[in-house]
Design a protein around this ligand. Structure first.
Ligand SMILES: O=C(O)CCC(=O)C(=O)O
Ligand SMILES: [Fe+2]
Length: 446
């Protein structure tokens, strides 16, 4: 485990790209042109442009310098924090964009409307309906779950059996859910394919992302989330009534804790620790310093890519590799895409791997996983979101790691996606490996 802890700690102290994008600072008019409500496919001829933040506290006084060359202190959010918007016709730009920005918006994607009404429908169903969607072995990546102490509840789609398990008895709901999941996965697979079109130093194409990712949905899933002060209130009034195990690590739990085929829960020591921790949390009074707002603590996703969209108010933030924070509100007509842990494994320098070589495996083309968190603004309405996670099968070998045997011999073993996810789940602070995140996590995960 030491290798993993060390790796996680060093990852975000790694090199910044030598050639940061040189973008002209947008004028206020240009920024206004791309405001959330104005964007549609027809008026957006630029392939890359900048998103406009809608809620930075300091926006009125800050300068309009490009984000990448900004010297802003990492914990400040200013008007210069602009995430790029890429047109679907320009998917080939994405491998480079993801080395420079922690997220991008995609426009012109032809996805069906985001199933946010479906998310609301399911997550505001009667409690008895929600309880009937809980996985028999309490998997936190299949069916209904909640983290009341974080003011959040969610439901994970089960793609197996045509999406008919742990779901609502509603044909329209099922159709819209399945359709959005399948189209989003196809889109994420097309983006992965672009990584295999880039040329290496010798001008040759190399397989960066295993072909199996493009051919199979693997352990991909889709999540509907709801953040609401009323969930926190229920928690306050009803501290001992939780029927579902509360975990502090539920945003991306060990994949091994839920098997799509066997539905085994694989109850691990980390789960027991989390239970103890969450019981302690429930006994603590809610803090009054903002941490009692509905939220998802800072973390990175396990998989390859995540596609996200949400209602307002957003409260979604992403960090770049230098610790700079970007606000990432929903922009109409777009979806937001971020990289997960596996993207770092796949895009490591040729001949190196991040598990054994740490920072030395990270080159200019290496994509780091995006740290992200959600904190609802104070007094805001509730928020719904949809996240589609592209993940390979759990037995896919994603890396190698060295193990010292009892006789002292060092051997290399395969690191599968399932093993990666399971071990990450047991590392304290796995949610986020950056200095500064304690502001969002309540300081518990550093
Ligand atoms: O609600 C969101 O927008 C983010 C959800 C998320 O990060 C997750 O479920 O891993
Ligand atoms: Fe996430």
């Amino acid at each position: 485990m030491a290798w993993l802890t060390a790796h996680l700690k060093t990852l975000f102290a790694s090199k910044r790209p030598k050639n940061p994008p040189k973008r002209k600072p947008p004028t206020r008019e240009e920024k206004g042109k791309y405001r959330a409500t104005d964007i549609d496919d027809d008026n957006n001829n630029n392939n890359i442009t900048s998103s406009n933040n809608t809620q930075p506290a300091s926006s009125s006084t800050s300068s309009l310098s490009p984000s990448s060359s900004s010297t802003t202190n990492s914990s400040e959010i200013t008007d210069s924090d602009l995430l790029p918007i890429i047109h679907h016709e320009e998917l080939h730009l994405i491998p480079q964009i993801l080395t420079q920005f922690p997220a991008f918006y995609l426009i012109g994607h032809n996805l069906p409307p985001a199933p946010l009404p479906q998310a609301k429908h399911l997550l505001t169903s009667p409690e008895s309906t929600k309880q009937s969607l809980v996985h028999p072995k309490k998997s936190t990546v299949r069916g209904y779950n909640h983290a009341k102490s974080s003011g959040r509840e969610w439901w994970d789609y089960t793609p197996d059996h045509g999406g008919t398990l742990l779901t609502l008895e509603d044909e329209n709901f099922r159709y819209k859910t399945k359709e959005y999941f399948e189209k989003s996965i196809e889109l994420l697979q097309r983006i992965c394919n672009e990584f295999n079109q880039t040329l290496n130093e010798n001008g040759e194409k190399r397989v960066v992302i295993p072909e199996a990712v493009m051919d199979d949905i693997g352990f991909s899933t889709m999540r509907y989330l709801r953040y609401s002060p009323t969930i926190l209130e229920r928690q306050n009034n009803n501290n001992n009534n939780n029927t579902i195990t509360q975990s502090n690590n539920d945003s991306e739990p060990p994949v091994a804790s839920s098997s799509s085929s066997s539905h085994s829960n694989g109850s691990s020591s980390s789960t027991k620790n989390n239970n103890r921790k969450s019981q302690q949390q429930q006994q603590q009074p809610q803090k009054e310093d903002g941490y009692s707002l509905p939220r998802m603590e800072a973390h990175t996703d396990h998989g390859i890519l995540t596609l996200m969209t949400s209602t307002e108010p957003s409260g979604l933030y992403v960090w770049d590799r230098n610790g700079k924070i970007f606000s990432a509100p929903p922009i109409s007509g777009t979806v937001m895409i971020i990289a997960g842990d596996l993207m770092t494994h796949f895009t490591a320098l040729e001949g190196k791997n991040i598990v054994n070589d740490g920072k030395d495996a990270i080159g200019e083309g290496t994509v780091l996983p995006s740290v992200h968190a959600v904190v609802l603004p104070k007094g805001g309405a509730e928020r719904y979101s949809v996240a589609v996670f592209l993940r390979p099968k759990r037995d896919m070998v994603v890396s190698k790691y060295r193990v010292k045997k009892e006789d002292g011999e060092i051997v290399e073993e395969n690191m599968t996606f399932g093993k990666w996810a399971e071990e990450k789940g047991q590392v304290r602070g796995r949610r986020c490996w950056m200095v500064g995140q304690e502001r969002l996590s309540g300081g518990q995960d550093v």
